[in-house]
Structure formats: structure tokens, C-alpha cells
Design a protein around this ligand. Structure first.
Ligand code: SAM
Length: 248
């Protein structure tokens, strides 16, 4: 199945951009995913092809018009009715690896890129659109955010990454950051690779990696660590309950 990516944007020339090189490009050439861009301006309704207007209530900047956005979204839905529509916005739910995994397992995604001050809010009441943020930063447009979202999905498509297990141990997959990596030279500027990684003892290496992943997550991302601990406590008490139910 081809993963269908459709991007609604005022700057279609920004695509495929970085997705036109390396793994993503090869995957597109192999038909693992497809890319369509839709020029939002094509859905303007006046002779000047206006897509924005001043904010109701006053204030700086311009706002994307709801009638133009709706026409563009409806067009994209007619192309790919089964694909979820995602609007890139700092007001959205932070994107995470779990959502990326779900999306990459589906038929594709339609991504709506904002510009200026963003979208007329009524579009979200009128159409089934998921609002997604790529982090607590403000970009000048949704295009770089869309490229990030698509890159994250595409690399998970079957056959895109080399080894089938490449994605399984990565950061966030188990709720932790990944352990640190090293490669040759074994010594560089007086710094050596941890001895255990050169021991050839796979059990010890796995234990070291698990420990490092936990230590690094705890110190770098206390938010992830707290969540991970919560999940572990929940699954341990679930298992205890199951054992008790079975009289063990
Ligand atoms: N006025 C908006 C606000 O403060 O929430 C910011 C608008 S921003 C300058 C223009 C567009 O960039 C947004 O409509 C959105 O599409 C995109 N954008 C900016 N930051 C983003 C983020 N963190 N995640 C996803 N998209 C973002």
C-alpha cells in the first residue's frame, strides 16, 4: 500500500524539500509513499486570490480565511477521504512517536500548513481536523512542521529503514530516550568507548544499555521518566492483580 501524503500549503515549492533526498526519496521512487501538494490560494474566491484577512477584534498580522481553508480541505478529502487531516499549529497537541506510529500504519495523512497568525478557529469546529504541534516553539509557517511529521512517518513505513528492528529500540519507543552510541576509533582524544561495549557479552551489553537509557531519561527528560515510572507501576499492579485472580 502506498502511504498518501497530501500537503495543503501556500508554498508548494517547499516540497518535497528534504524528503527529496536519501531514504525518503528512495522510498518515494519505490512507490512506498506518494506526495501531492495543494495550493491553498487556488481556493480563494475573489479575483485577487486573497487567502487571509485582518483579525476580528483587531491586533497584528493576518488570519487564514475559513471559507478558503474549508474549500482546500474539502478538495483534499475528495482525493483521500480515508486520510486524517492534521493542521500544524503551536496550539495543537504535541506530536509524539506513538501518534507517528499510528499515522504511519494508516493510509496516509493530509497536512494543513498555516501562515501569518494562523487559522480562523471555525475551521476546527466545521471539519474533522486534528491540531498538532511539533514543540513549544513558533515557526513562521507550517511547512517545516509538515516536513518533520512526514519524515517521521515515512521512515517507519515497511521496508524504508534497512533492518526491520532499526526503529524498535529508538528514543520514545519504550517511553525512554535511547542509550548512547559509540563507534571506531576505540580511543579518541584520550576518550575510550565503555569497556562493556567491547566485551562481546550480549546480555551485559543489553543490561548496560537499559541502565543508560534509564539514567539519561531521568536526568534529561524528567517528564518522560515520570510517565515511564507510572506505566511500570500500573503494569506491575495489573500483573499482580492477574496473578491474584488466578490464585497465584
Ligand atoms: N499566531 C500563532 C500562535 O501564536 O499560536 C502562530 C502562527 S505561526 C507564526 C504561523 C504558522 O506556523 C502556524 O499557523 C502553524 O501552521 C505554523 N507553526 C508555527 N509553530 C508551529 C509549531 N510549534 N507546530 C506546528 N506548526 C507551527
Amino acid at each position: 500500500m502506498t502511504f498518501a501524503a497530501t500537503v495543503l500549503t501556500l508554498y508548494p515549492e517547499m516540497f518535497p524539500g528534504p524528503l527529496g533526498v536519501s531514504l525518503a526519496n528512495r522510498a518515494r521512487e519505490e512507490g512506498k509513499w506518494s506526495l501531492d501538494t495543494v495550493q491553498i490560494r487556488d481556493f480563494a474566491i475573489d479575483k485577487h486570490r486573497t487567502v487571509d484577512d485582518t483579525p476580528a477584534g483587531g491586533g497584528a498580522g493576518m488570519v487564514l480565511r475559513v471559507d478558503v481553508l474549508a474549500a482546500a480541505v474539502d478538495h483534499a478529502l475528495s482525493l483521500h477521504p480515508d486520510c486524517p487531516v492534521i493542521a500544524m499549529t503551536p496550539r495543537g497537541k504535541p506530536l509524539d512517536q506513538a501518534r507517528v506510529r499510528q499515522l504511519s500504519a494508516g493510509p496516509g495523512v493530509t497536512v494543513l500548513c498555516g501562515r501569518f497568525e494562523g487559522f480562523d478557529e471555525r475551521i476546527f469546529a466545521a471539519r474533522a481536523i486534528e491540531e498538532v504541534s511539533i514543540g513549544d516553539i513558533v515557526l513562521s509557517g507550517g511547512e517545516p512542521a509538515a516536513l518533520m511529521l512526514l519524515d517521521a512517518c515515512i521512515r517507519l513505513l515497511p521496508g524504508v529503514m534497512g533492518a526491520p528492528s532499526s526503529g524498535a529500540e529508538e528514543s520514545f519507543e519504550s517511553g525512554l530516550l535511547e542509550y548512547p552510541h559509540y563507534t571506531r576509533p576505540a580511543e579518541w582524544e584520550g576518550r575510550t568507548i565503555p569497556e562493556v561495549l567491547r566485551s562481546g557479552d550480549h546480555a551485559k551489553i543489553a543490561a548496560w544499555r537499559k541502565h543508560q537509557a534509564e539514567v539519561d531519561t531521568r536526568s534529561r527528560r524528567p517528564d518522560l521518566w515520570e510517565r515511564h515510572k507510572g506505566v511500570r507501576v500500573q503494569s506491575a499492579s495489573g500483573a499482580r492483580r492477574e496473578n491474584e485472580d488466578q490464585g497465584q
